[in-house]
Design a protein around this ligand. Structure first.
Ligand code: HEC
Length: 249
């Protein structure tokens, strides 16, 4: 059949378009019925490796969204060799299970940030946020100097954690929820996920991390860098055998 025949006959065009779309749909949807879980089990020594964000990291993530960083940066490394060579292991579903909203996508005006954590020093990030072209001359990323001067607003941090808890992120309020987190993540992490201690935890992390290089007050830069530095670092892939994660695909 000539292409022209299809293009000039609406009936044929609709019919054949539907067939093509159904094949694409089936290839994507049918496999989902044959796997038990779409989120991988990622345990090290019996404890879940991927934890929800700490209060400070979460505020950093809020600012990341406020500033529209996602309009240029995805957080999803696809399972292709070139991506793995450039960014590291492909992103696991487990790694973004607590992200609301998730940051997947393919919009990459800038590089993918799914594994940017620990790649640079805090000092590099401060300089890069303030004036990207001072460290990467050809960069087209905008300057975000106000992150250094804006004091971080965290008055409502407990409510932010509570809201995420409502959609299933395991922050704890009651003693029983706290104990469940101790079993799941270990004591140190369970402490960080306790909503009753959120303000104290946020201040302590900003103080000890000293992300913006100034301990006098907590700025939006402290939160942003705390967030960037944890991205992609929760799963230590060296602890898993080759091929372990392919079982879930
Ligand atoms: C207009 C598009 C654009 C926006 C918006 C943008 N960036 Fe970028 N970003 C880039 C480009 C391009 C690069 C690569 C050049 C460079 O390092 O500056 C980059 C690089 C980066 C890097 C270094 C990544 C690496 O692996 O080297 C980080 C971290 C980063 N951006 C964070 C952010 C954050 C946080 C925001 C929001 C506050 C943001 N970006 C907003 C375009 C953008």
């Amino acid at each position: 059949m000539k292409h022209e025949t299809i293009e000039t006959n609406a009936g044929w065009l609709i019919f054949l378009t539907l067939i093509v779309i159904s094949i694409g749909g089936l290839v994507e949807i049918v496999p989902l019925y044959f796997i038990d879980d779409t989120v991988e089990t990622v345990k090290v020594d019996g404890k879940d490796a991927v934890r929800p964000y700490t209060p400070l990291e979460l505020r950093g993530r809020d600012i990341y969204q406020r500033e529209g960083c996602y309009t240029c940066h995805s957080q999803m490394i696809r399972p292709f060799r070139d991506e793995a060579l450039r960014y590291g292991h492909y992103s696991l579903a487990a790694e973004s299970q607590f992200d609301h909203p998730f940051q997947w996508g393919s919009k990459r005006t800038g590089p993918d940030l799914a594994r940017v954590g620990k790649k640079y020093s805090n000092q590099w990030h401060v300089q890069h946020m303030k004036a990207p072209r001072s460290v990467v001359p050809e960069s087209i990323m905008p300057n975000y100097p106000w992150l250094l001067t804006n004091k971080l607003n965290y008055k409502d941090i407990e409510n932010r954690l509570r809201a995420l808890k409502m959609v299933g992120v395991p922050y704890s309020i009651t003693e029983a929820e706290y104990e469940a987190n101790v079993d799941r993540y270990g004591k140190a992490t369970a402490e960080l996920l306790d909503i009753n201690k959120a303000t104290r935890n946020l201040e302590a992390q900003a103080q000890s991390g000293n992300y913006d290089g100034n301990r006098d007050d907590i700025t939006e830069m402290d939160a942003m860098i705390a967030y960037l530095q944890v991205l992609g670092t929760m799963v230590d892939f060296k602890k898993f055998e080759d091929g372990y994660f392919t079982k879930f695909r």
